[in-house]
Design a protein around this ligand. Structure first.
Ligand code: PLP
Length: 418
């Protein structure tokens, strides 16, 4: 194919096929050549209820005919006001700063943290504490607070230094607490940023709510800002609307994006505590929060998100999620018995596992083979190295989910071949 499109995270030199998708519904994608593909990763973690939810589609149509875009510096519109109000009620945090992607809402969170301390006369507090294996986005700032590796080695000269605490592996949580305590105690710490319960791009690594609770307690004891990056875990993925709920944690700053519009439009928000807002509030322009992007709080995207909030309020979303989680648990129990599969784990609607790579096998060769194997079966499943996971829209049918579980089991043979 001779397309001028340069795709993200795609090595065009490998000549892998790039399917053309024409429409979608629920958990199904329909390609131009007439195939139905099961979208088992929610089109990269964004689609929540299912593709093209009728209420969200209608809200987008209605808003597009009324007000398409508006400068948001010093101006406002009803969809943003309604959305902010709804987000305050859902998250318990009193202020909403809009942006347009997961990366930008994390950048905003980091800027808020540094601005907060500077405005309070503690500008020496500039150091960000992060967790090993984290992923917070692909912009320079968010790469800086994420795991360093082959994905960002070329850009390393542009990245700023951070303090990293080890991932809290089961039985080794104390090492994480000790490192966090030490990093917080250093006089230059500004904030700790973490993905609650699930480290997504870092390999679908899970840790329990009690660990999140303890990490938040340590930050609070040192008066260090606790930033929860719920860009992936938010909107029901882990079984509750927010993963923080399971830990009883109230972050100072909360990042939401991906599923905020049900996965229909790009929109993100950084929710801030009263203290973080207050430190920027003054009759003094120097303390202004200087951040904006052209499409901040785009009215059509906000209308889609308002419709998503109504769906959460009025439709049995939590029941649908509980049903999916129960089916994933059944699948996990079966997959745990399969030879060549290890570390089968489940958190809410997410199921993940690792393929045991035969000694001498090439890990880097496995991922594209798995990808092709799933694609041949009409499934969109995109492994991370030798880790495969299902993170489907909540409305995926029992039959489609079973097909995914079966394919994950069958792929173990492929991995065994090394
Ligand atoms: C996907 C992701 C981001 C980045 O979101 P984009 O919308 O892709 O910029 C940030 N944090 C986490 C935890 C994510 O999973």
């Amino acid at each position: 194919m001779n397309s001028p499109v340069w795709h993200p995270f795609t090595q065009h030199g490998l000549g892998e096929p790039i399917p053309l998708v024409e429409r979608a519904e629920g958990a199904s994608l329909y390609t131009a050549d007439g195939q139905r593909i099961v979208d088992a990763i929610s089109s990269w973690w964004v689609t929540t209820h299912g593709h093209n939810h009728p209420r969200i589609v209608q809200a987008i149509r209605d808003q597009a005919g009324k007000l398409d875009q508006l400068i948001f510096a010093g101006w406002t519109h009803q969809p943003a006001e309604d959305l902010a109000q709804g987000l305050v009620e859902l998250t318990g945090l009193p202020y909403a700063f809009f942006s347009d992607s997961g990366s930008t809402c994390v950048e905003v969170a980091l800027k808020m943290a540094l601005g907060h301390w500077r405005n309070l006369g503690q500008g020496h507090r500039q150091r960000i504490i992060v967790m090993q294996h984290s992923y917070h986005g692909d912009t320079i700032g968010t790469m800086s607070v994420g795991e360093r590796g082959i994905y960002n080695a070329a850009y390393d000269p542009l990245l700023f230094d951070v303090e990293t605490v080890p991932f809290p592996h089961a039985g080794a949580e104390q090492a994480t607490y000790d490192a966090l305590d030490k990093a917080c105690a250093a006089g230059n710490a500004a904030a700790f940023i973490v993905e609650p319960l699930v480290l997504g791009a870092g390999g679908m690594l899970f840790y329990p709510p009690a660990v999140l609770t303890e990490m938040a307690r340590i930050c609070s004891a040192h008066d260090i800002l606790f930033i929860a990056d719920e860009v992936m875990t938010g909107w029901g993925r882990t079984g509750t609307l927010l993963a923080c709920e399971q830990a009883g944690v109230a972050p100072d700053i909360l990042c939401l994006a991906k599923g905020m519009t049900g996965g229909s439009m790009p929109l993100a928000v950084t929710m801030a505590s009263a203290a973080v807002y207050a430190s920027h509030y003054a009759p003094d322009r120097a303390k202004t929060f200087y951040h904006s992007s052209s499409y901040t709080a785009n009215p059509i995207a906000c209308a889609a998100a308002v419709a998503n909030l109504a769906i959460w309020r009025e439709e049995p979303v939590r029941e649908t999620i509980a049903t999916l989680a129960a089916r994933q648990a059944e699948g996990a129990a079966i997959l745990a018995q399969v030879d060549g599969i290890e570390n089968v784990r489940q958190c809410g609607t997410i199921l993940a596992l690792d393929y045991r790579v035969k000694a001498g096998g090439y890990l880097s060769a496995l991922q594209p083979r798995l990808l092709a194997f799933f694609r041949e079966r009409g499934l969109l499943i995109r492994p991370l190295g030798n880790t495969a996971y299902l993170l489907p829209p909540y409305s995926i049918s029992a039959q489609d989910l079973t097909r995914c579980h079966q394919a994950l089991a069958d792929a173990a043979l492929l991995a065994g071949e090394g």
